[in-house]
Ligand binder design. Structure first.
Ligand code: N01
Length: 513
């Protein structure tokens, strides 16, 4: 990786760069590759961790796999004929991102183990002044691919800091802890927990025990899992168009489900009956059946897929605890019914900061307020989920209302990256130093989205979820088909932006650099 700071201290001047990309996950990597292809070669990628892969590098808990079919969970420009299974395991996805990064020839512009400390828009220079843990940059555009689900949220539970055993979050798995024979508590029953508990149940063995603390049950449908055969892989590799056709079929199937989430939530009853069958197959105990059966509409929270979750809960060495946790002591979890369950290890699978993304605290816009302050007052909002009024030349990949409950985020990421690359081209062609969506454009976009949220299952389904912010607005999901998102972002619509020409002094600054 390129070093920008002498070993002995900070540089006297910031490094000028056209595009500074934050994050080396699927989003940042796609931005780097596509900017390079477009001839925008002056970019750097800043990554706080030690490798590419983002969430697929960090989340190494046992059982970590993708719940989107592998055919769709890859870049359209780098299909992978070698996926081992219908749903890929985490190590394979991480390897894929490493391979794509290497083969695309962008890796020499990645700066690892470096975090953004502060990013401020300098209106006079028409640049982002960015301070990192390893040097300073002055960037024409700031492209944030820092991830929607990247900062672990630890539960606020009385006494949790006094726990004397090992404690870790699902997204920061401590592989040094030998779990065989241990008494382990898992707090949370979301997408991460349902993958890790069945593995944990096996690892602790008959001498160990797992207590799973559930606040809200999820709808969990069967996972249509199988390995790809050698013949299939050979066809994907050698028959032109075969893998693209398989991918298109998966895409069409997933898209056909979108209207049930957005316009016709009663259709999701079908999912509920699938899930109830999934429960009945694995669990006999009527009390446990009642505990795991949700009372809200399927889809209101993310629908989960697993064949091993219910069997794990029914196992002899697992207890599902639904009494609310009141406190954690030095060696036990205490629930409202007065039960105290002793444990050696505490795993918190309690999710992420989503509607208050931590990167927003570090980004200061044209008016001097941080993005966290602006979003804290009114909720997250961005024009087309990507650009933000008051924050010129900032592009947020996986920004507000871009996440999906039904399909692959990589499709969304590629749509946003196309828009960003077109913006960069437009700026260069038209000699623009700054672009910023007008307040009216952003307000109109946000109002339309919030209107479209009204009939969706996320609003009407009768659950509390991380999709909703403190005002009760869904500022995370895209309320429609993914192809309509792509079509909205098919070209950079400069007419919805306030623009300013590159100033002569700034052109001179570039010439010197
Ligand atoms: O986190 P979550 P996650 N006391 O926020 C509970 C993606 N993902 O890491 O439902 C007790 O969904 C909380 O309870 P409740 C995917 O998009 C993808 O599991 O809020 N419990 C919930 O059960 C997913 O949606 C894959 O009542 C507390 C759990 O903790 C997203 O990541 C795999 C609590 C948190 O669930 C997040 O999933 C894994 C407290 N104080 C994740 N606080 C793929 O396969 C929270 N909870 C691609």
């Amino acid at each position: 990786a390129k070093k920008t700071t002498p070993e002995t201290g900070a540089p006297s001047t910031a490094q000028l760069v056209d595009h500074l990309i934050v994050g080396a996950g699927f989003a940042g990597l796609a931005a780097a590759i596509k900017l390079q292809e477009a001839g925008e070669r002056d970019f750097l990628v800043i990554e706080k961790d030690s490798d590419v892969g983002g969430t697929w590098h960090i989340n190494t808990y046992p059982g970590a796999e993708c719940d989107v079919p592998s055919q769709l969970y890859s870049y359209s420009f780098a299909l992978n004929p070698d996926w081992s299974k219908v749903y890929s395991p985490q190590p394979e996805i991480w390897d894929y991102t490493k391979r794509v990064a290497e083969e695309s020839g962008v890796l020499d512009r990645f700066v690892f183990d470096t975090a953004v400390v502060d990013a401020r828009w300098d209106d006079a220079a028409q640049r982002w002044r960015v301070t990192t843990t390893d040097g300073e940059y002055a960037a024409r555009t700031l492209i944030s691919g820092s991830g929607g689900l990247s900062e672990p949220r630890l539960p606020e539970i009385d006494g949790i800091e006094s726990f004397q055993g090992e404690i870790f979050h699902s997204a920061r798995w401590n592989h040094d802890v030998d779990l065989a024979g241990k008494r382990v508590a898992v707090i949370g029953t979301g997408a991460s927990a349902i993958q890790l508990v069945p593995e944990l149940q096996k690892v602790v063995g008959h001498l160990g025990h797992v207590d799973v603390y559930q606040r809200t049950p999820n709808w969990v449908i069967p996972r249509n899992e199988r390995r790809f055969t050698r013949v299939e892989k050979a066809i994907f590799r050698h028959v032109p168009g075969a893998q693209r056709a398989a991918r298109a079929a998966v895409y069409a199937l997933l898209e056909s489900r979108a209207p049930a989430f957005t316009r016709f939530p009663t259709l999701l009853k079908v999912v509920e009956s699938q899930c109830k069958k999934n429960i009945a197959k694995a669990i006999d105990d009527p009390e446990l059946v009642a505990k795991v059966t949700p009372t809200y509409r399927a889809g209101c929270k993310r629908i989960l897929i697993s064949n091993s979750w219910y069997p794990a809960l029914a196992a002899d060495n697992v207890d599902l605890v639904t009494d609310p946790i009141v406190k954690v002591t030095g060696d036990a979890v205490v629930t409202a019914d007065g039960e105290e369950r002793p444990i050696d290890v505490l795993v918190v699978a309690t999710g992420f900061y989503v509607t208050e993304p931590p990167i927003a605290q570090h980004i200061t816009g044209r008016e001097g307020g941080t993005l966290a302050e602006v979003w804290g007052e009114a909720g997250m909002a961005a024009y087309k989920g990507t650009t933000i009024h008051g924050f010129p030349n900032l592009f947020q990949i996986v920004g507000p209302n871009t996440a999906l409950g039904h399909s692959s985020m990589i499709f969304i990421i590629e749509s946003q990256v196309r828009y960003i690359v077109d913006a960069a081209r437009t700026m260069r062609r038209e000699g623009l130093g700054a672009i910023e969506p007008t307040a009216a454009a952003q307000e109109q976009w946000t109002a339309t989205i919030q209107e479209r949220m009204k009939p969706t299952v996320w609003t009407t389904g009768g659950c509390a979820s991380w999709y909703l912010d403190k005002f009760g607005n869904n500022t995370t999901l895209w309320p429609g088909q993914t192809f309509s998102f792509r079509s909205h972002l098919s070209r950079f619509d400069v007419d919805r932006y306030d623009v300013s020409a590159l100033t002569p002094s700034n052109i001179a600054e570039e010439a010197v650099a």
